[in-house]
Design a protein around this ligand. Structure first.
Ligand code: SF4
Length: 329
């Protein structure tokens, strides 16, 4: 299936490290985003690369897709959550995508890159639009199919969730991870990433940032997953570094270092973050990011930093559908 069937291609936004495709579904009268990017290798010149306005500099640092290919697909038409730091809620919500509609996005990306016949690591974030908890059965079906999809293509699917406390098909978010996601991870020989969006060590602040949603608390995450046999990859707890958001290493101390690691990233500033009075604590400053890392190193968990290049700021989820709709009312 190389042709789009349930979607129509409407626009490609091209950035130095890849493209964002805006696709339209007529049945739901809804636009989604799918991305195909390359990793930017910042070794040795981190500060220069993350702040440059020169696309050529970014292009010189791109990791070949055969080594690592970064794709993000949408799993829902919009999102039912209302996270204050995310633009997707401004687009509305029209339900789940089917497993075929998720594969259609992947096939579309592959059809736009026919020269790539093999890749050691196709990292697929099920995270462009949508919260997987609402659609876990279809998300996991797609991940299972990845095992035998095509010779030479090795997938690294990423289950990205805020763990909203809603039961879907009889299961809450922690049960879904333990009973359903972990077995798929085993099937894929541990080659799967689980990322939990945490963002603050203060539960009241977390609730505020997640737009009032009830999400699994850090303590609940700890007691559900500590000691879990976890082959290959650690569960990543993501912290966006917003100005003033609490990141207290003491509150991370009970988390099992054989199960969890921490990722810190800057906050992407958008119309919505500005409207919600949220600001970033990093400001594309690598040294500041390293200081953040140092400040929580006593927690005993591995800490990863992830800073996107400033030139690619418009890439954040939902921004380009919003841009397309603004220019094509
Ligand atoms: S961050 Fe994820 S869960 Fe929250 S509104 Fe955006 S797409 Fe939905």
């Amino acid at each position: 299936m190389n042709e789009l069937t349930s979607f129509k291609f409407v626009k490609e936004y091209v950035y130095p490290s890849g493209s964002v495709y805006v696709l339209y579904n007529q049945t739901n009268d809804f636009y989604i985003e799918t991305t195909s990017m390359q990793d930017v290798d910042t070794r040795n010149k981190s500060q220069e690369v993350i702040t440059t306005d020169d696309p050529e500099l970014i292009k010189q640092c791109l990791v070949p897709k055969e080594e690592k290919w970064l794709i993000a697909i949408s799993t829902q038409f919009g999102c039912p959550q209302k996270c204050r730091f995310c633009l997707v809620p401004t687009l509305g919500f029209q339900g789940n995508l089917s497993r075929n509609q998720m594969w259609e996005q992947l096939e579309y990306v592959f059809s736009q890159n026919p020269e790539i016949t093999h890749s050691q690591k196709i990292k697929v974030g099920f995270a462009r639009m949508g919260e997987p908890q609402y659609n876990w059965q279809n998300v996991l079906a797609v991940m299972r199919d990845m095992k035998s999809y095509r010779d030479g293509f090795r997938f690294l699917p990423c289950y990205n969730t805020i763990l909203p406390k809603v039961k879907v098909e009889g299961k809450g978010p922690l049960e879904v991870i333990i009973d359903e996601v972990m077995p798929v991870k085993e099937l894929l020989d541990g080659f799967m990433h689980i990322q939990i969006s945490v963002n603050s060590t203060n539960e009241d602040e977390r609730k505020f940032l997640f737009g009032g949603a009830d999400v699994a608390t850090l303590k609940e995450i700890q007691s559900a997953f500590n000691g879990l046999p976890n082959s290959n990859r650690l569960i990543t707890l993501n912290f966006i570094c917003g100005a003033g958001w609490e990141l207290d290493p003491k509150k991370l101390e009970g988390l099992d270092p054989n199960v969890f690691c921490i990722k810190i990233t800057p906050l992407n500033i958008t119309e919505r973050t500005t409207a919600n009075n949220l600001s970033d604590a990093i400001g594309w400053n690598w040294e500041r990011m390293e200081k953040f890392k140092q400040s929580i190193s006593s927690c005993g968990l591995r800490i990863i930093t992830d800073v996107a290049a400033k030139a690619e700021l418009p890439l954040c989820c939902g921004n380009l559908v919003q841009d397309y709709k603004r220019h094509n009312p």
